[in-house]
Design a protein around this ligand. Structure first.
Ligand code: PMP
Length: 398
């Protein structure tokens, strides 16, 4: 046995995917024309797997803000805020996020992944317990592991299972962090927040909600599931990312609890990683302003989500349990998913190929994400392409 034996199964699995067409994990986007179109494999392709929910990546105001910050402050910060100091933009963005959520404190991280690592590992240490939904994103799992807390999974969106596990913890329930997502990234379903809040209050636990896929999507101001459910006062910490509705990169946490500000001094992903580039901060701030002020974008996103969900449902795809901007078609096998994904690329449609072990319950998924910037023609083309490939690949399914 050597250190390198572990790579053999990866090489075999990877080769099997490549032998069947394009390598989905090394796709090269040659040129991006707009939030919904790019050149891929020398073909003009509709982007339907980029989490660009509000389509703000090409917004002229965001681009102008980024350009100005680039000229004024340079390309990067070249260090962490603890070591190199904060730029004005970091502090302003934190103030604006706190104001947007009506919270006392916000902390900005360099990615959404790091926000989960930083917050979860600092909130729950070796003496504590984390109860996390089984379908949680990898960054949630990794953040939980980093802190050394005892990790207990409960069945996805199963409130009874959560309560059973809290009861078993007895007095330790008050040292327990419950972690959820607003909209789950794989199947696009929401957490049953009201029922979970009732349980967390009954047992005195603490609640973190990752609103990565629900910021800009849910709630009348776009603040996410907690806003939609009118439960913002009952969620202890909200985590999110700038890499979806806000069209840039970075992550954040907001809270009404004063302890959040101390996390800054305790969180390794915050202390030991370079802070966000000034241009990224500037475009994010502008995108947040647009998200707040432009309700039509959210309305358009939901109209488009209905069109895609209902369109794919009509041609017989098995989808997540509710309409959302994450529209994931469950397909019968890995091989079928790979063949289908290659067919979509050949026809100029890009979606996410999601395979186990990255998916819940070993599902093979063709995961689409809808944007407010998609046109009706683009959505119709996506549905027609799914339908024609389904027909073409029917013998693989048999
Ligand atoms: N949380 C969830 C639920 C996510 O889906 C993702 C990314 N897909 C992240 C966190 C990480 O965000 P980022 O890509 O900005 O690091």
């Amino acid at each position: 046995m050597t250190l390198f034996d572990k790579f053999t199964p990866v090489r075999t699995a990877h080769q099997a995917i490549v032998d069947n067409g394009v390598d989905p994990f090394r796709l090269i986007v040659q040129h991006v024309f707009s939030p919904t179109e790019a050149m891929i494999n020398n073909r003009r392709t509709i982007l339907a797997g980029t989490n660009n929910y509000l389509g703000l990546t090409f917004d002229p105001q965001c681009i102008a803000a980024a350009r100005e910050a680039l000229e004024r402050h340079g390309t990067g910060t070249t260090g962490s805020r603890m070591a190199n100091g904060s730029f004005e933009g970091h502090v302003a963005l934190e103030k604006e996020l706190a104001a947007f959520y009506g919270c006392s404190t916000a902390i900005v991280f360099s990615t959404g992944y790091q926000a989960n690592l930083g917050i979860l590992s600092t909130l729950a240490g070796p003496e504590d317990v984390i109860l996390l939904d089984a379908d949680s994103h990898a960054s949630i799992y990794d953040g939980c592991r980093l802190g050394g807390a005892e990790i207990i999974r409960f069945r996805h969106n199963d409130v009874n299972d959560l309560e059973k596990r809290l009861v078993r913890l007895g007095a330790r329930a008050t040292r327990t962090l419950i972690v959820l997502e607003g909209i789950y990234s794989m199947l696009g379903d929401r957490a049953p927040l009201a029922a979970i809040v009732a349980i967390k209050e009954k047992y005195g636990a603490c609640l973190v909600v990752d609103e990565a896929h629900s910021l800009g999507v849910l709630g009348s101001h776009g603040r996410g599931l907690a806003e939609e459910a009118k439960l913002e006062d009952s969620v202890d910490f909200i985590v999110g990312t700038f890499s979806k509705s806000l069209g840039s990169t970075g992550g954040f946490c907001v809270s009404r609890r004063p302890e959040l500000d101390y996390i800054r001094y305790m969180s390794r992903p915050y202390i030991f990683s370079a802070s966000l580039c000034p241009s990224v901060v500037a475009s994010t701030r502008m995108a947040l302003k647009i998200l707040e002020g432009n309700h039509q974008l959210r309305e358009r996103l939901w109209e488009n989500s209905h069109v895609l969900y209902e369109g794919l449902q009509k041609v017989g795809f098995s989808l997540g349990p509710e309409v959302s901007p994450v529209v994931a078609a469950t397909v019968p096998s890995k091989e079928y998913a790979i063949a289908f994904w290659n067919g979509l690329i050949e026809q100029g449609v890009y979606v996410n190929l999601m395979l186990p072990p990255a998916t819940p319950n070993g599902l093979s998924l063709l995961r689409c994400s809808v944007s407010a910037a998609h046109t009706t023609d683009q959505l119709t083309y996506i549905c027609e392409t799914f339908a024609s490939l389904k027909e073409k690949l029917s013998e693989l399914q048999a």
